[in-house]
Ligand binder design. Structure first.
Ligand code: SF4
Length: 273
C-alpha cells in the first residue's frame, strides 16, 4: 500500500450530502444514513493536522458545494493551503452560485479542479459494495490483491468528522457501516508509511470492499447496486434497504491472472483516462 506521506492528495471530506444518487459511488452517498456537514472548527483542525504534508490537500464530499458554509470553508482553506496545493472535486451542483470564488481559489487544470457532473455516457464506477472476502476465499491471494489495491495506490487518504483514514473509500465505509471511526486528527497523522501502521484500518475495511477486486465497472446511472452476500447481511443488520443484484460467486483464476498480466486497469473505467 502507498505510504500516506507520498500521496499526491489527501482529501478533507466536508460533507457526505450529495444531489446525485449514483450506483457504486465510492462514498456510497445515496445509501448513507448518517449525513454530516463538517463544522468550521473541524475543518480548521483538519487543515492544521496537514502542516508539513507536501502534496495537495483537497476539498471533497459528497458534493462539497452543498455545504451551507462553503464560502467560509474556502476562506479558511485559503489561509492554510497555498494555491498550487489546493484541489476541488465537484459535480458542479452549485457552480453558478459559487463560480467566481471557486475560480479565484483554485487553479483550473484537471490536477487542481475535477469537475464531473456525471451526466456523460461511458464512465464507469467500480463496484465497491462487492466484498472481496466473499469472492476470494484464499486469504493469501485476497491480501495480495488488497495490498496492491489500485484505489489506495492512486487515490487518497482522507479526513471526515469521524477521524483520519488511510483510504477515502475506507473513510466512507466507516460511516456507512457504523464503524468505530478513524485515527485522531492530530498533526502528522499522515506520516504513516508502512503497511503495519495502517493494518488496523485495512483489516477493518478492506475485507468488506470491492476496490481490490479485478472486476468490470458498472454504469453509474443504473438504479441498483451490485452487492455480495456479506454486504447484504450487513445492510439487513443495520437497516439499509436498497435495490440490488446479488453477486454470489468466487472470482475466477482468469480474472486474478488478468491483474498480474496487467490487463485489469480499473482507471480505464473512466473513458477519458
Ligand atoms: S480495498 Fe477498499 S478500503 Fe481497502 S484500500 Fe482498497 S479501496 Fe480502500
Amino acid at each position: 500500500m502507498k505510504p500516506l506521506d507520498l500521496m499526491t492528495t489527501i482529501q478533507i471530506e466536508i460533507t457526505n450530502h450529495c444531489n446525485l444518487h449514483c450506483c457504486a459511488c465510492t462514498r456510497a452517498a445515496g445509501l448513507q444514513r448518517h449525513k454530516y456537514f463538517m463544522t468550521l472548527d473541524q475543518f480548521e483542525t483538519a487543515l492544521i493536522s496537514m502542516e508539513g504534508f507536501k502534496g495537495k490537500v483537497g476539498i471533497m464530499g459528497g458534493e462539497p458545494t452543498l455545504h451551507p458554509d462553503f464560502l467560509d470553508i474556502l476562506q479558511i482553506y485559503r489561509d492554510y493551503i497555498p494555491l498550487e496545493r489546493r484541489g476541488l472535486w465537484t459535480n458542479m451542483a452549485k457552480w453558478k452560485e459559487y463560480e467566481g470564488t471557486i475560480l479565484s481559489t483554485f487553479l483550473q487544470d484537471r490536477d487542481h479542479m475535477l469537475k464531473n457532473d456525471h451526466t456523460g455516457e461511458g464512465n464507469l464506477h467500480h463496484p465497491m459494495l462487492m466484498a472481496i472476502k466473499d469472492m476470494v476465499q484464499d486469504p493469501v491471494m485476497r491480501w495480495r490483491l488488497i495490498e496492491n489495491c489500485p484505489y489506495q495506490n492512486r487515490w487518497s487518504a482522507s479526513i471526515n468528522p469521524k477521524g483520519a483514514f488511510f483510504c477515502e473509500v475506507a473513510a466512507a465505509s466507516d460511516i456507512l457501516f457504523d464503524g468505530p471511526g478513524g485515527w485522531d486528527i492530530e498533526p502528522g497523522w499522515w506520516k504513516k508509511r508502512h503497511g503495519f501502521e495502517f493494518k488496523d484500518q485495512a483489516d477493518r475495511y478492506c475485507e468488506m470492499c470491492g476496490g481490490a477486486l479485478p472486476v468490470a465497472g458498472v454504469d453509474p446511472h443504473q438504479d441498483y447496486e451490485l452487492i455480495t452476500p456479506s454486504i447484504k447481511e450487513k445492510f439487513e443488520e443495520i437497516g439499509i434497504t436498497l435495490d440490488y443484484e446479488l453477486i454470489d460467486r468466487e472470482i475466477t483464476s482468469q480474472e486474478i491472472e488478468a491483474v498480474y498480466r496487467g490487463e485489469f486497469r480499473p482507471l480505464k473505467h473512466r473513458k477519458e483516462e
